[in-house]
Design a protein around this ligand. Structure first.
Ligand code: FPP
Length: 250
C-alpha cells in the first residue's frame, strides 16, 4: 500500500491532546520577543482546531498554560493572560458558528478575574455544540488534577456518599477534569522535548505519543497528517500482535 492510501485507511484518533511547545525558541530564531512566538502559536492552534474538526476528531485538548508556567517572568505571564483574553474575544463566535464546544480545565480561580469571566461566558455560549469539544488546559497540571480529584473524593467519603472500598479507577476518572470526555488516544508534543511535563498524568496512561521536532508556530497540516499516520500505524500493529509485517495481507 502506498503512503497516501495508508493515510486514508488509517483509523483516526477520537481524542487528540497537544503539548504546544517551542514558541519561545521560534521567536528567538526569528529575532523576535518571546510573546511574538506565542502570538504565532495561536495561528497554529487555529489551524489545528480546524483540521481536527474536519477530520471528525471528537475532542481536542490543548495545553496552553501549565501550573509551572506561573514561574515565568511576570511580563511573559501577563502577556500570555492578555493573549488568552484577546483570543477568546476574537475566536468564540467562530468556534460557536462551527458547532465547537469549549471547555476549560485547570485552576481557574488563579486566573485574572476578567479571564475567568470570559471562560465562563465561552463555556456557557458553546455548551450545546456537538461537532467537536475543544478543551483548553490553562493553569493546569496533571498532579494538580489528581490532587483536586482526591480532595473531592475524600470529601464525599467524609459525607458518607462514597464507601472507601468502592473507590476504583472509574471513581477517580469521574473526578478528574476530563471526566466524560474519554482518555486521549494520541498525544502530540512539538518542540523536540520528549517528556509529558505534568500534563494529563492519569489520562495519558495508554495514549500513543508522537514527539515532533517542529516548533509549535511552524506546526501545520502536514505535521498533523504525520501524527495521524503514526497513530494509524501504531493501532494496526497493536491489533496484529505476533503477525510479522511481511505476512500480513493488506
Ligand atoms: C510553550 O512554548 C507554549 C506556551 C507556554 C504557551 C502556549 C500558548 C499558545 C500557543 C497560545 C495558544 C492559545 C490558545 C488560547 C489556544 P514555550 O514558551 O515553552 O517555548 P520554548 O520551549 O521554545 O521556550
Amino acid at each position: 500500500m502506498n503512503d497516501e492510501a495508508e493515510k486514508l485507511e488509517s483509523p483516526l484518533p477520537r481524542h487528540v491532546a497537544v503539548i504546544m511547545d517551542g514558541n519561545g525558541r521560534w521567536a528567538t530564531q526569528h529575532g523576535l520577543p518571546r510573546v511574538a512566538g506565542h502570538r504565532a502559536g495561536v495561528k497554529s492552534a487555529r489551524l489545528i482546531v480546524e483540521a481536527c474538526a474536519e477530520a471528525q476528531v471528537e475532542t481536542l485538548t490543548l495545553f496552553a498554560f501549565s501550573s509551572e508556567n506561573w514561574q515565568r517572568p511576570v511580563d511573559e505571564v501577563n502577556a500570555l493572560m492578555r493573549l488568552f483574553i484577546e483570543v477568546l474575544q476574537r475566536e468564540v463566535a467562530t468556534l460557536h458558528k462551527n458547532d465547537v464546544r469549549l471547555r476549560f480545565i485547570g485552576a481557574r480561580e488563579n486566573l485574572p478575574t476578567i479571564l475567568q469571566k470570559r471562560i465562563e461566558d465561552a463555556e456557557h455560549a458553546t455548551a450545546a455544540n456537538q461537532r467537536m469539544t475543544l478543551v483548553l488546559a490553562v493553569a493546569f497540571g496533571g498532579r494538580w488534577d489528581i490532587v483536586q480529584a482526591a480532595r473531592r473524593i475524600a470529601a464525599k467519603v467524609r459525607a458518607g456518599e462514597i464507601d472507601v472500598q468502592d473507590i476504583d479507577d472509574a471513581v477517580v476518572a469521574r473526578h478528574l477534569s476530563l471526566a466524560g470526555l474519554g482518555d486521549p488516544d494520541l498525544l502530540i508534543r512539538t518542540g523536540g522535548e520528549k517528556r509529558v511535563s505534568n500534563f494529563l498524568l492519569w489520562d495519558l496512561a495508554y495514549s500513543e505519543i508522537q514527539f515532533s521536532d517542529t516548533l509549535w508556530p511552524d506546526f501545520d497540516r502536514s505535521d498533523l497528517d504525520d501524527a495521524f499516520a503514526f497513530f494509524g500505524s501504531r493501532q494496526r500493529r497493536f491489533g496484529r500482535v505476533g503477525i510479522p509485517k511481511e505476512a500480513s495481507v493488506d
